[in-house]
Write a protein that binds this ligand. Structure first.
Ligand SMILES: [Zn+2]
Length: 245
C-alpha cells in the first residue's frame, strides 16, 4: 500500500468520525426542542385546568350573588307583608316569596354541582402539578445530558480538526485536494479497498487492468464508476492455491 494511501485512510477515518459527530451535534437542538415541547405541553394542560377552575369559581360566585339578591328581595316583600292591610296584596306577596324561594333552591342545586366540579378540578390540578414537576425534572436532566454531550462533541471535533491539520501536512497537496473533492461529493468515503475484484465504494466490478494498477502502482488509482480512490488490500486477496492455514 502506498504511503499516501495509508495516510489518507487515517485522515478518512477521522473525517468520518467528524461527520458522524457533526450529525449528532445537529440533532441536539432538535432534541432540546422536543424536551421543551413536552414540558410546555404539560404546562399548558395545567394552565387550562386552572382556567377552568377559575371559571367554575366565578360561575359559583355569580350564583351566590343571585341567591343574595333574591334573599334581600324576599326580606323586602316580608316587610311589605307586615305593613299591608289588604289581603289580596298579602297573598300576592306570599306568592312572590314562594316563587323566589323555589328559585333559590334551584340556584343552590346548581351551586352544589359547581362545587362538585371545582373539587374534581382541584384534584386534577394537583395531579397535573405532580406530572409537571416530574416532567420538568426529567427535562432538566435531559437538557443537562444534552449540554454535556454537546460539549464533549465540540471538544472531540476540535481535537479531530487539530489532528487532521497535522496529518494533512504529510500528504501531497494535489492528493489531498483530490481526496477532499471525492469526500465532499461522496460524503461517506473517498478511499476504498478493492474487495474480491469489486469496488468497496460503489460495489461494481473493477476491470482487471485497474485492479492490477491498484495492486502494483504507486500512483493513485480511481474507480471508473464512482471516482473513489482504490487500494489493494491483502485482506481481500484470494488465498494462494494450496495455502496452508
Ligand atoms: Zn466505485
Amino acid at each position: 500500500m502506498s504511503p499516501s494511501i495509508e495516510k489518507l485512510l487515517i485522515i478518512q477515518d477521522r473525517d468520518r468520525r467528524a461527520l458522524q459527530l457533526d450529525q449528532e451535534l445537529r440533532r441536539i437542538p432538535v432534541e432540546r426542542a422536543e424536551v421543551d415541547a413536552r414540558a410546555k405541553a404539560a404546562t399548558s394542560r395545567l394552565e387550562e385546568l386552572k382556567l377552568k377552575a377559575k371559571q367554575v369559581e366565578s360561575e359559583r360566585k355569580e350564583l351566590e350573588n343571585q341567591v343574595g339578591t333574591k334573599r334581600e328581595q324576599i326580606n323586602k316583600w316580608r316587610g311589605q307583608q307586615v305593613l299591608t292591610k289588604k289581603n289580596e296584596e298579602y297573598q300576592a306577596l306570599t306568592h312572590e316569596i314562594e316563587g323566589a324561594e323555589k328559585e333559590i333552591f334551584r340556584i343552590e342545586d346548581k351551586e352544589l354541582d359547581l362545587m362538585d366540579r371545582a373539587e374534581k378540578l382541584a384534584a386534577e390540578i394537583k395531579k397535573e402539578q405532580q406530572v409537571l414537576a416530574e416532567i420538568s425534572a426529567i427535562a432538566q436532566r435531559q437538557k443537562d445530558t444534552l449540554g454535556q454531550r454537546e460539549g464533549a462533541i465540540k471538544a472531540e471535533l476540535e481535537t479531530l480538526k487539530a489532528d487532521r491539520g497535522a496529518l494533512c501536512k504529510d500528504v501531497d497537496e494535489s492528493v489531498m485536494s483530490r481526496y477532499e473533492r471525492i469526500m465532499r461529493h461522496r460524503k461517506d468515503s473517498a478511499v476504498v479497498p478493492v474487495q474480491h475484484g469489486i469496488c468497496g465504494g460503489c460495489h461494481l466490478q473493477i476491470p482487471p487492468q485497474v485492479m492490477h494498477q491498484a495492486k502494483s502502482s504507486e500512483e493513485l488509482v480511481t474507480c471508473d464508476q464512482c471516482g473513489r480512490i482504490l487500494y489493494w488490500s491483502r485482506e481481500f486477496e484470494p488465498a494462494p492455491q494450496g495455502a496452508v492455514h
